[in-house]
Design a protein around this ligand. Structure first.
Ligand code: APR
Length: 312
């Protein structure tokens, strides 16, 4: 078949927005999977989104289901199964609930979608994607966590507002784990090629970095649940780069095997994402300060990854 198939595991807030974006971009046909509930809400959402296509004029089949068999042969699998944060919770607080969920998703994926590129969004992302890879044995080129694109988007917005320029011209890069000690890289921030440090003082930049680190929590505090528009479009950018072999350079949580000095851990690093999945991990020359921040972030990620490993 010429049409690509994208299976979304979890049909909640992020899953629904993922389906809407993928359909509008006509990246392929969508399967919206969720566990059986009081109502058949995944089927309802799928039907609503198909009808939306009659108004907006997109051509995509969107099927709601609770059966893994419907996901068979997917080209891309995006995992949002699990609970989101509530105000006051850290991402790591979700591990006890989300660990058995990611394990059941890994088992379904291994049986029905052995050739898919997998993007994990469920939190705590770095540990959940680690467990997914460990349990499925999928090659590291095809197992990714979505965090860096979102964290970078948050940083870009704050930079644009501070410099009073269009967000379209701002590029930024956030590496490390998807936690409060993530590592925004000031030397990689540019406003249409101009170093952001030329337009924003060090003091202001430090404040934007602090806000970026707590960017997820800020939204949880306001909404009572976690963000979903920007997380969904971040994962779609990753899926699109794979499906269309765009070879974009994006920060993603990737399995490290010595890169940046880390082994057997998932962490946010810049990668080239193309038709083969992760085609290259790009090793940036980091300053001593950036290296130190990355080490701190790696320590937190290792801690939560060890929790996951110990319970297997
Ligand atoms: N298989 C498939 N789906 C599942 C499973 C499972 N085993 N267990 C739970 N789900 C579903 C829930 O039924 C729910 O519909 O996952 C969905 C999650 O949707 P929301 O609660 O709306 O959460 P969302 O905002 O989409 O976030 C999902 O991504 O960013 C992270 O922290 C966030 O871990 C959370 C995840």
């Amino acid at each position: 078949a010429n049409r690509r198939k994208i299976a979304l595991i979890g049909a909640g807030n992020i899953g629904g927005e993922l389906a809407a974006l993928i359909a509008r971009k006509e990246l392929g046909d969508v399967v919206l999977f969720d566990i059986p509930q009081k109502t058949d809400f995944a089927k309802g959402k799928a039907l609503d989104l198909e009808q939306n296509g009659a108004v907006l004029g997109y051509d995509a089949s969107i099927k709601g289901t609770s059966s893994w068999a419907d996901c068979a042969g997917a080209d891309v699998l995006i995992v949002t199964a699990g609970i989101p944060r509530k105000p006051g919770q850290s991402r790591d607080d979700l591990v006890a609930t989300n660990l058995p969920i990611i394990r059941s998703v890994a088992d379904g994926a291994k049986e029905h979608c052995p050739n898919a590129l997998v993007i994990v969004i469920s939190n705590p992302i770095d540990a959940m994607v680690y467990e997914f890879k460990r349990r499925t044995g999928f090659p590291r080129e095809r197992v990714l966590g979505m965090a860096g694109v979102l964290d970078s988007a948050r940083f870009q917005l704050f930079l644009a507002r501070e410099a009073n320029v269009s967000v379209k011209d701002v590029r930024a890069m956030v590496l490390g784990g998807h936690g409060d000690d993530m590592v925004p890289i000031p030397s990689a921030c540019t406003i249409n090629g101009v170093r952001a440090t030329e337009l924003i003082s060090k003091e202001k930049l430090d404040a934007l970095i602090a806000r970026t680190r707590k960017g997820g929590g800020e939204i949880v505090q306001l909404m009572g649940t976690s963000a979903y528009y920007a997380p969904a479009s971040s994962a779609v950018a990753m899926a699109e780069s794979y499906l269309l072999d765009q070879k974009r350079l994006l920060p993603v949580a990737a399995y490290l095997d010595g890169e940046y000095g880390y082994k057997d851990i998932f962490m946010g690093v810049p990668v080239i994402l193309g038709g083969k999945g992760i085609e290259k991990i790009v090793e940036l020359p980091l300053t001593a300060e950036e290296k130190e921040m990355l080490a701190k972030s790696a320590k937190s990620v290792q801690g939560i990854t060890d929790v996951v490993k110990a319970s297997s």
